[in-house]
Write a protein that binds this ligand. Structure first.
Ligand code: AMP
Ligand code: ZN
Length: 137
């Protein structure tokens, strides 16, 4: 896609700090570095988001994540790592070429705060929702 910033990175038209590359996948450092080593893993082909991704592209991108995560952990001495994938404006996506954020966690005071509010479980509601969402394999 001509006006896509990540397609331009794939094509080498704008610079990036690459840390992994193969035929289908590219990983490079996010310019904002939310935590040190913050990396984006992207498919080389233009896919807007998870809803647009077929299983072949998904297999290639997600399969590379553990290898790249281990490299970040080992080289940076990270104690952990968060994986974030925003889909759609409402979910915080700003670049509409699908990407997976790998956020190494080096220390508790790194300022990144990803938390889930907890609620009392309503098992009846959960059961109904699961029925509605159930997907045949
Ligand atoms: P998201 O908000 O999930 O769509 O994330 C988009 C990410 O792309 C942001 O964290 C930006 O810092 C990052 N980003 C935008 N332009 C570039 C670029 N040229 N090189 C590296 N990262 C970029
Ligand atoms: Zn693109």
């Amino acid at each position: 896609m001509t006006d896509c910033i990540f397609c331009k990175i794939v094509a080498g038209e704008i610079p990036s700090s690459k840390i992994y590359e193969d035929d289908q996948v590219l990983a490079f450092l996010d310019i904002t570095q939310v935590t040190p080593g913050h990396t984006l893993v992207i498919p080389k082909s233009h896919v807007a988001d998870i809803f647009d991704m077929d299983s072949e592209v998904a297999s290639s991108v997600f399969a590379r994540v553990p290898k790249i995560a281990r490299q970040l952990k080992e080289k940076l001495g990270a104690k952990g790592l968060n994986i974030v994938n925003n889909n759609g404006e409402i979910a915080g996506q700003t670049v509409f070429h699908s990407h997976i954020h790998l956020l190494p966690r080096l220390e508790e005071t790194d300022g990144l705060d990803i938390r889930f509010d907890t609620h009392e479980p309503d098992f009846e509601k959960l059961g109904k929702l699961a029925q509605e969402l159930y997907l045949e394999a």
